[in-house]
Structure formats: structure tokens, C-alpha cells
Design a protein around this ligand. Structure first.
Ligand code: ZN
Length: 330
């Protein structure tokens, strides 16, 4: 739980807890189809992807103003900091907000306002990763990148998320090329529901530096060999995999085999308000369900800082890594 770690796969919209959803709904005059926080919390116990996505997009309606986005970030950072997160690279989905009439500047400035004070307020360094919804068109992604240009000083990287199957990475070649030209770094979800081929495409066509999830690489031994040789980080999300039925139970999770194969695995929370836990909860859960020993947990934490986009501040990375080495398990 308290082992120092970086969180590299976290959707800020997925951190909206029922209490904050109700508070924002009231402030913004948005009607929620739930009478109480308990009723809403019960709805968070969905058991398939579609019921998750329905709730996820419905609740976003409460996010309207810069202040709303700033409060969402602050609430996440407080929870993450309490669970040992020292550095967070945070995804957001601008199209999910612009589609309901919230300007992209409101989203980015609101998130950015909270992030720029996060070290002071929470002791967590941060970066922002702008994700494109892959079930929308490539043109929509290009338009979003264009609309984000006045705010690029707040953004480190781009990513690709939402429903994977039927939306291969190559669909977004052009927007990834444009982002590269703008100096942005690149990640993408691949190989969660989609086949190993999507992971290859993300690497070869989009030029991603990390693969989000990447679980299905295990079906392709040559791909595993390549990921190991190139030390490509995979941002795994174990509790998310269980809730979305990517694995049957946590005890079935291939994390130990992936570590043994030499894959550069990290453990993250994905959409923690919905999937049953934040970063530290995920560490505790895999330790218990998979009997990971302290050195395996330390490797996961070390991997997270090595995979972080901290190239501009190697001194900070070294400091975080020494915190990992110094951590005493009780
Ligand atoms: Zn994700």
C-alpha cells in the first residue's frame, strides 16, 4: 500500500466517487437517476463493460466547470498520495466532454490548475496525457489535437482508449504523426480486449513508448520476446481486469508469469472509483491473490518509475527509485 510508486494508467474521469458526483450534480443542477449515494454506489457494482461504460458516460454530465475538473483531480491526488503514489501520469478524454458542450479549454485548464499545485498540496509530481476515444473517427481525434494546441504546455503525451475491438491502432496513424511533430510523447491502450496484432501496430505504426494493458501479448511468444528485449513498459490494471472479465479471478492473473518472462510490468488502477481500488489497493490485491513476495513488489514499483516520462528530470527519477530501494516491508 505505502510502497512508493508511479501511477501510469489512470483515467481521471474514472476517479469520480459517488459522493463527489452528487455534490457536483447539486452544484450544477444536473439530475442524476439515483436518489442516494448508496443507490449510486450499488450501480458501481456492474459486471460487464457495457454497463460500466453506460454509467461512466452518464456520470460525466456532472463535470461542467474548471472548478469541477480541479476538484476531481484534487480528490484523486489525495487518495493516491495516501496509497504511496509519488508520481502520476493522468489520462483524460477531452472528446467525452466536448461532445456534451464543455469547451476543451475548460477541461484542460481545470485539470491543469489542480495539477500545477499537486506537488505542494499532495507531494505528488504529475503529467497529463490526452487520450483519444478510438471508437470515434480519426478526423475527430485530429480535430481534438488541433483544438488542444493553445494548451499543449499542459500536456506531455497522447493516448488512445475506450472500446478497443474493431478500432485498430493504425486508424490513428495520422494523429500520432501530428502529435510527434508537436513534441508529444505517445502511449496507447492495446491488447486488453484486442489481439496481439494491435500491440504490434501500436509499436510499429503509432510508435508508442508504453503499452497500456498489453495483457494479450502472452498469446504471441515472439511479441513477448520483442517486448522483453526492448524493455517496453506495460501498464497493467489487475482489479480492472477482474471487473471487466479480462481474467476470471485475480488468482488467475498472469502477472507473476509476465514478471518471470522479464516483461516490464507496472501495476495501476485504471478507473479506481469503478473497479474497486486505487494504486495501493491494486498492489495489496495482487500481493494477496498471487502471493507476490516483497522483491516482486519492489520490482513493480521500480518499473513504474523507470517507465515514467521523467527524462527531463532524471534527478527526480533517481530520488524516487532510491525511495523504492529504501522501503522497508513490514
Ligand atoms: Zn485504461
Amino acid at each position: 500500500m505505502h510502497l512508493p510508486k508511479a501511477e501510469l494508467h489512470l483515467h481521471i474521469e474514472g476517479t469520480l466517487e459517488p459522493e463527489l458526483a452528487f455534490a457536483l450534480a447539486e452544484r450544477n443542477g444536473v439530475a442524476l437517476p439515483y436518489a442516494t449515494t448508496d443507490e449510486l454506489r450499488a450501480a458501481y457494482r456492474f459486471d460487464d463493460l457495457q454497463s460500466f461504460l453506460d454509467l461512466y458516460y452518464a456520470l460525466m454530465a456532472v463535470l461542467r466547470t474548471e472548478e469541477d475538473f480541479a476538484e476531481l483531480v484534487d480528490a484523486y491526488l489525495a487518495r493516491a498520495a495516501a496509497q504511496g503514489v509519488r508520481h502520476a501520469e493522468i489520462f483524460f478524454d477531452p472528446q467525452a466532454h466536448t461532445a456534451r458542450g464543455v469547451p476543451i479549454g475548460t477541461v484542460i485548464e481545470g485539470l491543469g490548475r489542480a495539477l500545477e499545485r499537486s506537488e505542494e498540496t499532495h507531494g505528488v509530481s504529475t503529467q497529463l496525457i490526452m487520450c483519444f476515444l478510438r471508437d470515434l473517427s480519426a478526423e475527430s481525434a485530429l480535430g481534438t489535437l488541433d483544438a488542444a494546441k493553445p494548451y499543449l504546455h499542459r500536456i506531455s503525451a497522447i493516448g488512445l482508449d475506450s472500446a478497443e475491438v474493431g478500432h485498430p491502432p493504425a486508424k490513428f496513424r495520422e494523429v500520432y504523426e501530428a502529435a510527434t511533430a508537436l513534441g508529444l510523447r505517445k502511449v496507447a491502450h492495446a491488447g486488453e480486449e484486442g489481439p496481439p496484432e494491435y500491440i504490434r501496430e501500436a509499436l510499429d505504426v503509432l510508435g508508442v513508448e508504453r503499452v497500456d494493458h498489453g495483457l494479450r501479448c502472452l498469446e504471441d511468444p515472439e511479441l513477448v520476446e520483442r517486448l522483453v528485449a526492448d524493455r517496453v513498459p506495460l501498464t497493467l490494471c489487475p482489479l480492472s481486469n477482474v471487473r471487466l472479465r479480462t481474467v476470471d479471478t485475480l488468482a488467475d492473473h498472469p502477472l507473476p508469469a509476465m514478471l518471470a518472462a522479464g516483461l516490464h510490468c507496472t501495476v495501476n488502477s485504471d478507473d479506481p472509483a469503478y473497479f474497486g481500488g486505487y494504486a495501493g489497493d491494486n498492489f495489496d490485491a495482487v500481493r494477496d491473490a498471487l502471493a507476490l513476495d516483497p522483491e516482486q513488489l519492489r520490482t513493480l514499483a521500480r518499473n513504474s518509475f523507470e517507465a515514467a516520462f521523467l527524462d527531463h528530470d532524471e534527478e527526480r527519477r533517481a530520488r524516487y527509485l532510491s525511495e523504492v530501494e529504501a522501503y522497508a516491508f513490514d
